[in-house]
Design a protein around this ligand. Structure first.
Ligand SMILES: [Zn+2]
Length: 192
């Protein structure tokens, strides 16, 4: 249970990190953070959380919830915590790779807006490589195989195929949960 992930929000409720349950508890215990209730989004300090979500070690915990067990009691595991003071957004790099380009563009062809499924999608260089186009967040988009073939070695202007959205580098939080199931309580803050 203690290896579960906890989403960390800064003071403005912007997601800035994922941490372990152990570290999350420790931040709350030291009063650096509050627990955000996974259903009501109310804030709890360590004491009020224990008041509501501590049970004897041998008690049966509610179904569908994750609880941590100590020698003497069980405590419901926090899913989201919010920091009390820190309001910054640390600079974090989201890995530049195919999977994250697909996620940024929501598996949608940026030319025809189609969603034909992963098998029929590809990555297109907006300015073709042959014309010096870089492999970057700003120059790579998701395109269905059909559009990619049609566009060929041309720019969107030359091919008369305008882009749905101007590609840019996504935020770190857009990449949270890549390849894993994001808990319901996170979905208000990050894309699942
Ligand atoms: Zn297309």
């Amino acid at each position: 249970m203690l290896d579960r992930s906890v989403l960390v929000l800064n003071k403005s409720w912007t997601p800035i990190a994922i941490t372990t349950v152990k570290r999350g508890f420790s931040l709350v215990f030291q009063d650096h953070a509050h627990i955000v209730h996974p259903e009501t989004y109310e804030m709890h300090d360590f004491e009020t959380w224990l008041g509501e979500y501590a049970l004897p070690a041998d008690a049966t915990v509610p179904e569908g919830q994750v609880w941590a067990r100590t020698a003497t009691l069980q405590i419901r595991v926090p899913e989201v915590i919010v920091l009390g003071r820190y309001n910054g957004v640390p600079r974090r790099e989201l890995a530049f790779n195919r999977r994250n380009i697909y996620r940024r563009d929501e598996f949608q062809c940026q030319y025809c807006a189609g969603r034909p499924g992963l098998k029929h999608l590809s990555i297109d260089h907006v300015l073709p490589v042959s014309k010096g186009g870089p492999t970057s967040w700003e120059n790579c988009v998701v395109a269905c195989v059909r559009c990619n073939t049609r566009k060929g070695n041309r720019t969107p202007e030359q091919a008369n195929m305008p882009l749905l959205t101007k590609p840019s580098k996504p935020n770190w939080s857009d990449g949270v949960g890549v390849g894993e199931r994001v808990p319901q309580s996170w979905s208000k803050f990050v894309r699942g």
